[in-house]
Design a binder for this molecule. Structure first.
Ligand SMILES: Cc1cc2nc3c(=O)[nH]c(=O)nc-3n(C[C@H](O)[C@H](O)[C@H](O)COP(=O)(O)OP(=O)(O)OC[C@H]3O[C@@H](n4cnc5c(N)ncnc54)[C@H](O)[C@@H]3O)c2cc1C
Ligand code: SF4
Length: 330
């Protein structure tokens, strides 16, 4: 493995400057939060060997959560574990607390930051085993005719990765806004526009440039009556990403659904919002039949590969069950 410099900027401006300077010099620099994903990829030579890693952990002020009646601000360096356990988040945004709690293992939650979790690279087994596939600059996607059990049923092509982050699905369901710092200052990106499909950018999974950082996340004020949940199916009990998942929020007035947001995880290269299924619920009293109708609608248009048709059935059941549970109809 090539030696690299480990840089520890003391301010955000310095971090952005270090990333920009590396880019300007034709060098490779990666930002690191907890490093739990990045360092493994560097060691296994799954990404281009870096000249430097810009460790963000010493930058003050990025590791706090501020919950208030007018909205919530989450620093990019807040650990997944802190997010899962924060009382304000658990009370006001249960879908996010549950998604954070569902991440990997206690060790990963303690180490991983929310920004790193959202920006983690794909876990397609070909990519992680070092195959020279499209994502790594090669000329084919091995999953198309290979082992595609874990791959996308929506939004795939030319790569069929699924987005691996549990928290990303919840953040889209909550209409979060991402705060991005770069050489031209700060910009705000809605979570729904942050993630990109492979057909739009094959090399990256989000809109960040190489010298931009995800530094914070804003959540709108939580509304009385809005409940939520994150449900995840895995191929084993723990320590792993979702085979399929659902991030769901429902705004209920008694039995009647005023508003709904349904985001599927594990099925597409980005958190996959299913607005047509939400429309089925709007203004209606929730019944088992309506939940089934929403679930059927959510999976309309799925295009499974040869070995992942089971995801359609699984996701449909998960949507139905989640709607009934969150609405209190189950
Ligand atoms: C066995 C195993 C099981 C796992 N299971 C799950 C799971 O069930 N659910 C789940 O969601 N995840 C899972 N993960 C992934 C794990 O949660 C991530 O590795 C972790 O959250 C990444 O956080 P980090 O801060 O360590 O990121 P890092 O390793 O520091 O960074 C990850 C990536 O994001 C970039 N990055 C980091 N911070 C920033 C920033 N502020 N701005 C821009 N880019 C940044 C890095 O350059 C790198 O490309 C699993 C991982 C393993 C190894
Ligand atoms: S799905 Fe994407 S990451 Fe996996 S083999 Fe195909 S191109 Fe590579």
């Amino acid at each position: 493995m090539k030696a690299f410099a480990n840089l520890s900027p003391a301010t955000l401006a310095e971090a952005v400057e270090l990333l920009g300077a590396a880019r300007a010099n034709g060098e490779i620099a990666y930002p690191a939060g907890g490093g739990s994903d990045l360092l493994g990829m560097v060691k296994d030579e799954l990404v281009a060997a870096p000249d430097s890693i810009v460790d963000l952990k010493r930058i003050p002020g990025l590791d706090s959560i501020r919950v208030s009646d007018s909205g919530t601000a989450i620093g990019g360096l807040v650990t997944v574990d802190t997010l899962a356990g924060d009382e304000g988040i658990r009370l006001r945004y249960p879908v996010l607390a549950e998604a954070a709690a569902a991440v990997g293992t206690p060790q990963l939650k303690n180490t991983g930051t929310i920004a790193g979790n959202v920006c983690q690279r794909p876990w397609c087994w070909y990519f992680r085993q070092g195959f020279d596939c499209l994502k790594r600059g090669g000329d084919q996607c091995y999953s198309v005719i290979g082992e595609n059990q874990q791959h996308a049923i929506f939004g795939g092509g030319p790569s069929f990765i699924v987005h691996p982050s549990d928290t990303a699905n919840a953040l889209v369901a909550l209409d979060a806004e991402f705060q991005v710092a770069g050489p031209n200052g700060e910009r705000r990106v809605p979570a729904s526009e942050f993630f990109v499909l492979p057909r739009d950018n094959l090399q990256r999974e989000n809109v960040l440039d190489a010298d931009e950082l995800l530094v914070g996340i804003s959540l709108p004020a939580s509304q009385a009556g809005r409940n939520g949940a994150y449900r995840k199916v895995m191929d084993r009990e723990a320590w792993t990403h979702a085979v399929v998942s659902v991030a769901l929020t429902l705004d209920m007035d008694g039995d009647v659904c005023r508003d709904a947001c349904i985001v599927l995880g594990g099925v597409a290269p980005i958190p996959w919002r299913v607005s047509a299924a939400e429309d089925v619920l709007h203004g209606q009293g929730i019944t088992a039949e309506l939940a089934q109708q929403a679930a059927d609608t959510a999976l309309e248009g799925a295009q499974p590969l040869a070995k992942n048709g089971y995801k359609v059935t699984m996701a449909r059941a998960l949507v139905r069950r989640s709607v009934l549970e969150v609405s209190g109809t189950a």
